[in-house]
Design a protein. Structure first.
Length: 237
């Protein structure tokens, strides 16, 4: 029986050619793996930026609602001051109707935190990383401030009801809360306005999407509620 041994390369040229084929094969395999990896990263970024878009649309909608209610909120605070002043003069509150309340919203951009945690943020351009991070930071500030605004306004619910004695301590507390509510209402307006501008500049939202989100916010039922005067009937002398 004849055993056929593998043929050795006949010379350096053939040996180099075989090595070249092997190297090219390895490079092609690595290139393919890298291409698959790049496509995976691109897909992760695409999914993350779609989630960012959804969060940005919600933020613009909340911002439009807040902007539309700011003037009305200022009028309601003026009415509350007048109610407190009247009660202080009489030593008794009259009949006070329901007090409008700003709607609690989630202003935070949680999708960016998800992109960071998943590693997708590492495959976004440095300029966009800086922009997305800044927007997320400002949105978190808006959330904190809006929560404080809602908390301040909730105190005014204690005014609603039938005529009752109005103590000096309660008067002082309510005056402080009215000033606090006015401060936070203005602060939410300013922070959310700056954040919205950055969102639009990021390129994640089209002009049509911004327009639609603003229209939805302006049509919110909370706008109607905040713009309704507070019913008040002074206490009898």
């Amino acid at each position: 029986m004849h055993v056929h041994k593998p043929k050795a390369p006949h010379g350096a040229r053939e040996f180099a050619a075989e090595i070249g084929v092997i190297v090219v094969g390895i490079l092609i395999a690595l290139s393919g793996e890298q291409m698959v990896e790049n496509l995976r990263h691109e897909h992760e970024v695409e999914i993350g930026e779609r989630a960012l878009k959804a969060d940005y649309v919600a933020f613009v909608r909340h911002r439009a609602e807040q902007a539309a209610t700011t003037a009305c909120a200022t009028k309601r605070l003026a009415e509350l001051r007048a109610i407190v002043d009247d009660g202080a003069r009489r030593g008794q509150l009259g009949t006070v109707g329901p007090i409008p309340q700003p709607a609690p919203h989630s202003w935070e951009i949680t999708s960016w935190d998800t992109m960071v945690a998943s590693g997708a943020a590492a495959h976004v351009s440095p300029a966009q990383v800086t922009r997305y991070s800044q927007i997320s930071h400002w949105a978190r500030d808006a959330q904190t401030t809006a929560s404080a605004e809602v908390e301040a306004w909730s105190v005014f619910n204690s005014l609603s009801g039938a005529p009752r004695r109005f103590s000096d301590a309660e008067q002082a507390m309510l005056r402080a809360e009215i000033a606090r509510a006015a401060h936070f209402t203005g602060l939410v307006r300013d922070i959310s306005g700056t954040t919205e501008e950055a969102m639009i500049a990021s390129g994640r939202l089209t002009p049509e999407e911004v327009k639609a989100a603003r229209a939805a916010g302006e049509r919110s039922g909370n706008v109607t509620s905040m713009c309704a005067p507070i019913a008040y009937r002074a206490a009898s002398a």
